[in-house]
Design a protein around this ligand. Sequence first.
Ligand code: GTP
Ligand code: MG
Length: 358
Amino acid sequence: MRRLNPFRNIPTILRAEEIIEFAHNRSVRVSMKSSLRLSKIERTRIREITRLQEFTKNVKLKLKAIVDDFPSLDRIHPFYLELAEILIGVDRLKQALGAVHNCIPLIDDITNRHLEAMRLADDFRQIKRSRSAAKGRIASILRATSDNIDFIIEAKTKLGRLPGVIPNSPTIVCAGFPNVGKSTLVRAVSTAEPEIAYYPFTTRQVIVGHLTVGNQMVQIVDTPGILDRPMSKRNEIERSAIAALKYLANVIIFIIDPSEACGWTLEEQINLYKEVRRMFVLNPLLVVFNKVDITPKDHMEAARSRIPDAFEIVAIDGQGVDELLRRAVDEVDLEPIEESIEEYKAGLSQRKVQSPDD
Ligand SMILES: Nc1nc2c(ncn2[C@@H]2O[C@H](COP(=O)(O)OP(=O)(O)OP(=O)(O)O)[C@@H](O)[C@H]2O)c(=O)[nH]1
Ligand SMILES: [Mg+2]
């Protein structure tokens, strides 16, 4: 099954100075059979022209690789596009890729003009000066765009750390305030190994795990805690949790800690629950009271009176968890997934029919 983080396998990107050095090393290494019948100036001309061509070829190769190896932002899964927007800024990224791409015709132009001068020169020092001037000007172009290259490298590093999601796999997303036990639940039931700690904001990015419920393979997503505040005030970590809810969730498990050991009141948590409910009206959403093992009786009663149909679990020892997961899987609307499998199969057999090899 294909796991999909389109940014994970981008090959190494060289920085501006590294490209200059790489291309320079390649260009001075070109060896030529020198014919004794040629005059010194002609031998110099051929050697210097070849060196400049080799230098340009390698610079262009590396610049083209930066642009071509970067996943097309217009075609990636919306979850990754949104994360790219949150973590990097899609417009700035497109602008950086465009700027790198635009260096190529400038470099061609400089190379062609200097090659022409080298072909016409009648002094070997002049030929060498032209070659060196061309390399200098190309290096300046690269240095002028080094901020863009550095930005693309930073984007590759940040986005490469995102989890791989399996598209079309039924997906449960766990959300709630910080410190309520989201990671404890996800870690207990799936392959994911998020860090768990007694303080808030432990989970700082979306984490994906897998589990089987009955005979159904399910993806479960742990998210960073969200605070009850306006969207415009939310930081990039909270906004990545919202992106997971928006683009990955077939079912949302909203966890509330009625013991308030998490550090937030029941009231604050219920406000956030209501907001999430409003934002994702169409998603099935299961409310869960976690930490019922340490919740005082009066708190428990208060919580039950506010949300009577909430599940009650103890994520640290698994109490109530199986039932919760079974319900979550029941809530996943599997129909669209079956449809997309059928579509995929139909596409395959069509391609087979069309294939000239068959
Ligand atoms: N008593 C009790 N403690 C729990 C339970 N579930 C989680 N905890 C504790 O609550 C604390 C927070 O748990 P996490 O799983 O890290 O919480 P989180 O919601 O992922 O927190 P962030 O990543 O910061 O948003 C840890 O000390 C857990 O051991 C539970 O059912 N009972
Ligand atoms: Mg966590």
